[in-house]
Ligand binder design. Structure first.
Ligand SMILES: CC(C)(COP(=O)(O)OP(=O)(O)OC[C@H]1O[C@@H](n2cnc3c(N)ncnc32)[C@H](O)[C@@H]1OP(=O)(O)O)[C@@H](O)C(=O)NCCC(=O)NCCS
Length: 178
């Protein structure tokens, strides 16, 4: 498997990938919702606020993840990893962890300090994320599952508490997504 940067020419394949993976794992309506979220991310987000990476096997895209900017008043460079999908037939073979680890190395080279995600700690703890509370860093909206609020420093430091509420990019600017 190799990892490449997401290109806008990949959009059709990527939207299809997210829709089918989330339909398989969580049902049709979630598949449609995440497909739409991905469409919004790639069409509405400014280039400097977006990083996307694809996993390729035999010239075919088998996975993808996006990072979008979370803006804190402190001015540190922070991104949110969401969403992520590995094609259903490729799951459980280590590709997801490989894709995240490669993407995080790229973000670190580009000077990103902090990465957040909102998902299952059992999976994301395998790639350096730790559960945090909103005393350490607030989310842009009220979290329906606060146990899924996770972060890691790419500088290898403890995360110092960030008092202000960050804002997210437009695609995530919907309370229901949180
Ligand atoms: C979650 C996902 C990205 C993980 O990628 P993957 O390539 O399947 O995962 P890996 O093979 O690298 O890692 C597997 C490990 O993570 C765990 N894991 C995999 N998917 C998991 C999930 N949905 N929840 C919790 N743990 C999970 C497995 O238990 C496994 O642990 P083990 O090796 O100790 O048994 C992928 O399964 C997927 O796309 N799932 C459906 C969509 C989704 O849930 N996306 C994430 C939310 S945005």
């Amino acid at each position: 498997m190799k990892v490449d940067s997401y290109l806008s020419s990949n959009t059709g394949d990527i939207k299809q990938l997210f829709t089918s993976v989330f339909t398989d794992s969580e049902g049709t309506s979630e598949g449609v919702l995440i497909g739409q979220l991905v469409h919004d991310i790639v069409t509405l987000t400014h280039k400097e606020d977006l990083h996307g990476y694809v996993a390729i096997d035999n010239d075919k895209i088998i996975g993808c993840l996006f990072f979008t900017r979370l803006s804190f008043q402190q001015g540190l460079s922070a991104f949110l990893l969401s969403p992520m999908a590995i094609q259903t037939s490729y799951q459980g073979k280590g590709f997801g962890q490989q894709l995240i680890n490669t993407a995080l190395e790229e973000l670190k080279k580009q000077g990103v300090h902090l990465v957040f995600t909102y998902g299952d700690p059992a999976f994301y703890s395998k790639v350096g994320f730790r559960q945090i509370t909103e005393k350490t860093a607030k989310a842009p909206f009220t979290l329906s599952q606060p146990e899924g609020w996770l972060a890691q420093s790419l500088l290898g430091e403890d995360i110092k508490p960030l008092p202000d509420q960050p804002y997210c990019v437009e695609a995530f600017n919907k309370p229901d997504l949180w």
